[in-house]
Design a protein around this ligand. Structure first.
Ligand SMILES: NC(=O)c1ccc[n+]([C@@H]2O[C@H](COP(=O)([O-])OP(=O)(O)OC[C@H]3O[C@@H](n4cnc5c(N)ncnc54)[C@H](O)[C@@H]3O)[C@@H](O)[C@H]2O)c1
Length: 466
C-alpha cells in the first residue's frame, strides 16, 4: 500500500509544512540494488585506545570501493593509515563533505570514565552523516567481559547506540555489534549487512557475534549458492519476499503453504525457479512429510525459515479457546515439532541455519494479542534456549521480530492504528517485506556461522518495546 503522507512530505511544499508544524518527516530509504557496493559513499573509522577489533574491521572495509577515512586519536587508528590496501586518509587532514558509513571500535573502553571516547569521536561528525547513512559501534560481549567495570562500560554502549539511533534522523541507522574474544573473523557478514542498504529498516539493534568455524571461501555475490531452503507461509506477504530474496542470493528454495493457498504458492515458486509443498504445519503428519521430502529430493536442508503465522486478536476476556489454541499451535508449537523431527532424523545439515519470524508484539506485548504475543515471545524463548544446544552441530538459530510491515494484513487496518504503526518508529514509516527478507538472508549466510541466539527487530526502531 502506498504511503501518501510520505509522498507528500517529500514534495517541496509538503516538506516545509511538515517542518513548520513539527510533523514526522520520513525519508525515502535507500534499499539494496544489484551491483551497488556494500558501502555506497565515504566511510570513516576509528577506535578507542586499547580496542582490538579495528584491524578486522579495516580488513572488511578495504574490500569496499569507498574512500576510507581514519580519525586518528589512538595508536590503533594511527596504524591503520599505514595499512596496506586500505588507502586510508587522515580525517584531521582531509574531511569529506558527507559520510555514508561510520564504524567505531569501542571494545577498548574498560571503565565508565573512558565512555567519553564515544563523545569525542561522534560529537564532531554527527552533522556529516548523510541520509540513509550507517553507523556501527563495535563492543565486547558484556557478559563475557569478566571484570565488572569492563562489563558495565560495555553494557553502557547499548544505551548510547539506541539513543543515537533515535536522534540521527534522515533515514540513517545505528547498530551495536558485540564481538566475543577471538570472533573478529566472524564479524564480516554482520558488518556488511549493517553497512549496506540491505538493513534499511533495521535500527537501534544489538547483535552478538561469537567464534565459529567459517567456510574456506565465501561468495559475497551469491552467498547461498548450493544451499537448500524451506520457507513456510511462502504464498504471500513476508514469506513470498523471503523466498524471492533467498533465491536471489543463490538458494534453491522450497515454498510451503496450506492447500487453499496452492495457486499463489505455485506462482511464487515458479517465479523463483523453486519447488513447493502444500501442507498445514500444524498437521500431525507434516514433520515426517518434511523429513521424507528433504531426504528423498535433496541431501538434507540448510536453511529453515519458520515464517507462517497468524493473528487471531481478541481481548483475553472475550477470547474463545480455539483462537488461543490455533494461534499458539501455528506460531509456536508446530515450529518446535518440525525442529525436533528434522534434528532427530539429522535432516538439518551441519552448518544449517534455523530462522524464526517473531514480532515486536513478542517483545513488548500488545493489547488484544495475549495469544499472539505469547506465541511470539515463545519463539524468542525457543531461539534463546536452543542456540547453545545446537552449537555442537554447528547449527545457528536466530529470529527477526518485524514491526509495522506494509502487507495485505496492515493495509486492512483502520486508518488511525495504521498511521500510528507507521509513524511510531525512528524512521517514521512502515517497512517492506523485503526488509525482513534481507535480515533473514544475512542470518542464512554461511558467513554468519558466528551469529546465533540473536533476535533482531526489523521495525525502524519502533517505540513499542524500544
Ligand atoms: N505483517 C506484519 O506487519 C508482521 C509484523 C510482525 C510479525 N509478522 C509475522 O510475519 C509472518 C508473516 O506475516 P505476513 O504479514 O506475511 O502474513 P500473511 O498472513 O500475509 O502470510 C502468512 C502465510 O502463512 C500461511 N499460513 C498460515 N497458517 C499456516 C499453516 N498452518 N500452515 C502453513 N502455512 C500457514 C498463510 O496461508 C499465509 O500465506 C508471520 O509469522 C507474522 O506473525 C508480520
Amino acid at each position: 500500500m502506498s504511503d501518501r503522507y510520505m509522498d507528500f512530505v517529500n514534495s517541496g511544499i509538503g516538506q516545509s509544512i511538515a517542518r513548520s508544524l513539527g510533523f514526522p518527516q520520513p525519508v525515502k530509504l535507500r534499499r539494496y540494488e544489484h551491483g551497488v557496493d556494500f558501502i555506497d559513499g565515504d566511510c570513516l573509522m576509528g577506535a578507542a585506545p586499547g580496542s582490538a577489533v579495528i584491524e578486522s574491521v579495516a580488513e572488511v572495509l578495504k574490500k569496499s570501493r569507498s574512500n576510507i577515512y581514519v580519525k586518528c586519536d589512538s595508536p590503533q587508528t594511527k596504524a591503520l593509515l599505514a595499512l596496506d590496501g586500505l588507502g586510508a586518509r587522515d580525517v584531521d587532514v582531509t574531511m569529506p563533505d558527507s559520510l555514508q558509513a561510520v564504524v567505531f571500535d569501542a571494545s577498548g573502553i574498560r571503565s565508565s570514565d573512558q565512555l567519553k571516547e564515544l563523545y569525542h569521536f561522534f560529537h564532531p561528525i554527527m552533522r556529516k552523516i548523510r541520509a540513509s547513512g550507517r553507523v556501527v559501534v563495535i563492543g565486547r560481549t558484556p557478559e563475557l567481559c569478566g571484570d565488572p567495570k569492563y562489563q558495565t562500560a560495555q553494557r553502557a554502549l547499548e544505551g548510547f547506540t539506541r539513543s543515537m539511533a533515535k536522534e540521527i534522523g534522515k533515514g540513517s541507522t545505528v547498530q551495536l555489534c558485540y564481538v566475543a574474544e577471538g570472533a573478529q573473523s566472524n564479524l564480516e557478514s554482520t558488518l556488511r549487512f549493517f553497512l549496506s542498504a540491505r538493513s534499511a529498516y533495521v535500527s537501534g539493534q544489538v547483535v552478538r557475534v561469537s567464534k565459529a568455524e567459517l567456510p574456506d571461501a565465501l561468495n559475497w555475490e551469491l552467498p547461498l549458492s548450493g544451499k537448500v531452503a524451506l520457507v513456510t507461509g511462502a504464498a504471500r506477504g513476508i514469506g513470498a519476499a523471503i523466498a524471492e530474496v533467498l533465491a536471489r542470493d543463490g538458494a534453491q528454495v522450497v515454498c510451503l503453504d496450506i492447500p487453499p493457498a496452492e495457486d499463489d504458492l505455485k506462482k511464487v515458486a515458479a517465479q523463483i525457479g523453486g519447488a513447493y509443498i502444500t501442507a498445514d504445519i500444524t498437521a500431525e503428519a507434516t514433520p515426517q512429510q518434511l523429513v521424507d521430502y528433504f531426504t528423498s529430493e535433496h541431501s538434507g536442508l540448510d536453511i529453515l525459515v519458520h515464517n507462517a503465522g497468524v493473528t487471531r486478536d481478541k481481548k483475553l476476556a472475550n477470547m474463545k479457546p480455539q483462537l488461543w489454541d490455533m494461534t499458539l499451535d501455528i506460531n509456536l508449537s508446530s515450529e518446535e515439532r518440525i525442529n525436533d523431527a528434522l534434528l532427530e532424523k539429522q535432516v538439518l545439515n551441519s552448518g544449517a541455519h534455523i530462522i524464526c519470524v517473531s514480532s515486536i508484539a513478542g517483545v513488548a506485548g500488545n493489547r488484544g494479542q495475549t495469544n499472539y504475543g505469547c506465541s511470539k515471545a515463545g519463539v524468542i524463548g525457543m531461539v534463546n534456549s536452543m542456540a547453545p544446544l545446537l552449537l555442537e552441530k554447528a547449527i545457528t538459530i536466530n529470529a527477526v521480530a518485524p514491526g509495522f510491515i506494509e502487507t495485505a494484513m496492515t493495509a486492512a487496518m483502520p486508518f488511525g492504528p495504521r498511521e500510528a504503526g507507521r509513524r511510531g518508529n525512528s524512521l517514521s514509516q512502515g517497512g517492506r517485506p523485503v526488509d525482513v527478507a534481507e535480515a533473514i538472508c544475512w542470518y542464512a549466510s554461511p558467513a554468519s556461522a558466528g551469529v546465533t541466539g540473536n533476535v533482531v527487530r526489523v521495525c525502524g526502531q519502533s517505540l513499542m518495546g524500544a
